[in-house]
Design a protein around this ligand. Sequence first.
Ligand SMILES: *[C@@H]1O[C@H](CO)[C@@H](O)[C@H](O)[C@H]1NC(C)=O
Ligand SMILES: *[C@@H]1O[C@H](CO)[C@@H](O)[C@H](O)[C@H]1NC(C)=O
Ligand SMILES: *[C@@H]1O[C@H](CO)[C@@H](O)[C@H](O)[C@H]1NC(C)=O
Ligand SMILES: [Zn+2]
Ligand SMILES: [Zn+2]
Length: 297
Amino acid sequence: MASQTSSLMLVLFVLLHMVLCTVESKPTTEIFRRLVGCRKGHTVQGVYELKQFVKKLGYLNYDGGKHGKDNEFDDDLEAAIKAYQVNYQLNITGILDDDTLKQMMKPRCGIADMIIHGDKNSKSFYRIGASQYEFFMGNPKWPLSKTHLTYNFRSSVDVYLAEDIRSVCFRAFERWANVSHFTFEEIPEDYIADIEIGFHSGDHGDGYPFDGPQGTLAHASPPTGGKLHYDADENWSTSPGPDDIDLESVTVHEIGHLLGLQHSLVPDAVMYAYFDSGITKRRLNRDDVHGIRALYD
Ligand SMILES: *[C@@H]1O[C@H](CO)[C@@H](O)[C@H](O)[C@H]1NC(C)=O
Ligand SMILES: *[C@@H]1O[C@H](CO)[C@@H](O)[C@H](O)[C@H]1NC(C)=O
Ligand SMILES: *[C@@H]1O[C@H](CO)[C@@H](O)[C@H](O)[C@H]1NC(C)=O
Ligand SMILES: [Zn+2]
Ligand SMILES: [Zn+2]
């Protein structure tokens, strides 16, 4: 009897564990793949997850309420998909088609594409980004007198690149120093720096949990937040093979955020949101340089 009870408990425990793991796992490509072709008016399992995902990208703001909590492909979601399609030069159908899904599933920076704004009478707020550099909402920037920024490293996860990160960041900061009035200096980890850089995994306490391999690669705060976080679950590399993410390229991008640049829709710009495995994009584009100069000149 006792052993029957304990094996029942074990079975229950295993089942509960499976359920919890299923709930915890991120909405994967698989969930969304079943939605290909989904359009306004459809109510399908998975649309709720799609709304959450599109919201995370910056294209939807349901502001609590009932909206966004169901599986209905509504007006707001259609408008959001269209805005996304405009930004990434896809066919503007408002339908979650194959090309749109493919684009959405690419690895990218975790910062939402645009700061959402709008009027209170509208259920969803979005705007279509300009086809060049952008600033954050309200143009936050470092005070003009603050030209020397210090940085140091503090990770909650050990990553084997720990030594390389110092030289990688040195070069990445140098690229921005070369085109702006900023200078950067690494200081020891027991000091308080203007910018804190580190590797983290999953939920790491800032309200923007990382999502495991692929998807979100890194994120950084606009001025003067001074936080640059890498998702420790990526294949980071300093000389990337086909399945690796180039640490220096992503660092140059995230420093752009630290200085006040938002995502650019110019595909060659360092500040473009998406970043593929196996490539390097370390050099600032003309659009990036124009952006930083426009913000601080
Ligand atoms: C847009 O639609 C046209 C015609 O339906 C198709 O030939 C083309 O490949 C589509 N382009 C993109 C970027 O999806
Ligand atoms: C920054 O500029 C200096 C001097 O022009 C140059 O030697 C250096 O290679 C540049 N660094 C980067 C990372 O572009
Ligand atoms: C990391 O690299 C391995 C092979 O080198 C590959 O199988 C895996 O999919 C990669 N992971 C990611 C997140 O790209
Ligand atoms: Zn970004
Ligand atoms: Zn973070």
